[in-house]
Design a protein around this ligand. Sequence first.
Ligand code: PMP
Length: 456
Amino acid sequence: MLSNSLIELDRAHLVHPVASWRGHEASGARMLVKASGATVTDAEGKELLDGFAGLWCVNAGYGYESVVEAAAQQMRDLPYATGYFSLGSEPAARLAARLAEHAPGDLNHVYFTLGGSDAVDSTVRFARYYWHSKGQPQRDQFISVANGYHGSSTVGAGLTALPLFHAGFGMPLDWQHKISSHYAYRNPVGRDPQAIIDVSVAELRAKIAELGPERVAAFYVEPIQGSGGVLVPPKGWIAAMHAVCREHGILFVADEVITGFGRTGPIFACIEEGIVPDMMTTAKGLTSGYVPMGAVFLSDGVFNTIADGAGAAAVGHGYTYSAHPVSAAVGLAVLDLYEGGLFDNGIAMGQRLMAGLQSLADHPLVGDVRGRGMLAAVELVVDKDKKTPLPAAAAAATRVFDRAWQNGLVVRAFAQGVIGYAPPLCCSESEIDAIVARTRKVLDLTLDDPDVRAAM
Ligand code: PMP
């Protein structure tokens, strides 16, 4: 009963992110009430394995008392401190220092935000300010990659290259440009890694030439494209794109909002790629989703150029909740968990997850299995040779999501018929095995879908 009245309140008043507003009115919400480890419980008492860690953010897992206690203690001591007026707080200073120690190369300066979208926005503002400071204010063009996702703010949604975030919003803005995605499974040049790298390098060079190298401010990549369907670039792709940017002094921004904090294995995916970006955005796993927080990492070069450019003047960019002490205290507690064994467990469980999902490749609907670490996807097709996607109705995220839910599993069901996985790093072997087994059940149920049958 309680749940029914809450569903009515939600239906009448709560606007849900990236939802069909009318569809949500019809379906209502599924209320979650509790969570522990990798398990979430709904209002009916149904327990489900969270194969997507909330929104690929609860990297540590749910229910850690040490995190709860860190937040509570910080709220008792000092629930808020602004960073304006050069004020500071202990957890913010400590977290920035610990993050800088973990970050690759000279990414020694940390600017805290509230999440990923405003982290991306901040990098755009910093990039512009950097080029002004260098006496090149004409560098005002930005390039990103098709299928990329860089947030839902007006600036970030334009760097995002997914039609859903553009249509009806007047996006992208005229200074935001794209090159094609590396998407190996559906790449016109096939799966050969070097061919994919060569095409992307040529496209990036051509785009820079078209815009004028002296006009390009920055290039944005996700080390693995998340919201585009978990698209993993070939080894060396990131380094090759980085090298092209270096040729022209273009700032290279790595968006690690999903890939950060052990999602793919190392604390940051850039480390595995062997590159040091000029700026790096993070969020999600930074606080493991317990409270909101994001962070922009700035290289010494970017930081010092902006600092010198501004001189005695303030750099006019700030949020009320930049470096929020409660979020920072949570960030420190979560880092303790990661360093205390969760990163290692995530690496072991990531291998098990990938092996388990690979074992589904024999299923008639599985066209592609891809991922790295605890970040993976299974792409469904009705014809493996032709790579024919599921018909639109059958691919509808709600059908796949519902089947998983009924079988005690939360996954991300992408509209194009891709199932996404990003389980908490705390998962046990049996939980990983259950994610795989329940997925097979979802695939079998999908195979029985009349729309799928009709298309096969
Ligand atoms: N960048 C990437 C790569 C993301 O995946 C996301 C969120 N999924 C964002 C930015 C935006 O982060 P937020 O939703 O916290 O604003």
